[in-house]
Structure formats: C-alpha cells, structure tokens
Design a protein around this ligand. Structure first.
Ligand code: 5GP
Length: 126
C-alpha cells in the first residue's frame, strides 16, 4: 500500500508558513525547528520539505539530493550544538516515530534530535 500524504498536517502548515516555527536551519530541501514541547534542553525536529510520511517513505522515494541534504542539515545542527561525541560533546539521540505502535503524532516525516541531559536507555520495558 502506498502512503497517502495528508497536506493538512501541522508540519505541512509550518512549511506553507501558515503556522509559525522557531527555525534552527533551512535549506532548499530541509527545515529544522525547535520542538514546541521540548523533552530535553536540545530538541530539534528535522523535516524534509517534500511530502513524505515516514522514514521508510522518505528513504524509498525521495531523491538522493533530498536525502543527502536532510542528513547534512542534521549533522550541521549536531555540530553547531556542540553535542557530537567526536568533538568532545556529551552525545545526543536521533529518533523517528512511524505509525501506530511508535505513536507518530504528526504524519510528516521528522527526525528528533535530543540532547543536553542524560537520556537514559533507548526504550523502557513494555
Ligand atoms: P512524533 O510523536 O510525531 O514523533 O512527534 C511530533 C512532535 O512534534 C512532538 O514532539 C510535538 O511536540 C511536536 N509538535 C507538534 N505540533 C507542533 C508545532 O505546532 N510546532 C512545533 N514546533 N512542534 C510541534
């Protein structure tokens, strides 16, 4: 089954400028902004500008240029925040929720970048 993109989702409205956002970085293909309900001192959302629902949708259907740009933006944000372990930073977590079991709230692909405090283990026991 193919993905159907809902262009009324909140990130689509942010991309159209209908809802304000606290932009961290913007390129031709990618927008990054601060999460409205931060769960750590650093909590940035990186989104492609194209209409992709989930990671797998983006990775399968976006162009190589979009995919590279998305990840370069994420890397530049990590570098600018001083959280890259390779540069002496304390580290960070990237994560992306997809669908029901992961409780994806917004059906536009996004990567969370979380940092600035100990983040605990990846998952709590079910
Ligand atoms: P998900 O659960 O889909 O992985 O994460 C969606 C994220 O989007 C949540 O962390 C939530 O706080 C954030 N979010 C929802 N609505 C808005 C909004 O209007 N602006 C911003 N900046 N973040 C939002």
């Amino acid at each position: 089954m193919a993905y159907a993109y809902d262009d009324q989702n909140i990130f689509a409205k942010i991309l159209r400028g209908e809802i304000p956002n606290d932009t961290v970085m913007e390129t031709e293909h990618t927008l990054a902004f601060n999460d409205i309900r931060p769960q750590a001192p650093v909590h940035v959302l990186v989104i492609p500008k194209g209409p992709y629902v989930t990671f797998d949708h983006f990775a399968a259907e976006a162009s190589a240029e979009e995919i590279a740009d998305f990840h370069r933006v994420a890397a530049r944000i990590v570098a600018a925040a001083g959280i890259a372990p390779g540069e002496g930073g304390a580290g960070y977590r990237t994560l992306s929720n997809a669908g029901m079991d992961a409780v994806q709230e917004v059906p536009h692909y996004h990567m969370h970048i979380l940092a600035g405090r100990p983040l605990g283990r990846m998952l709590q026991p079910a």
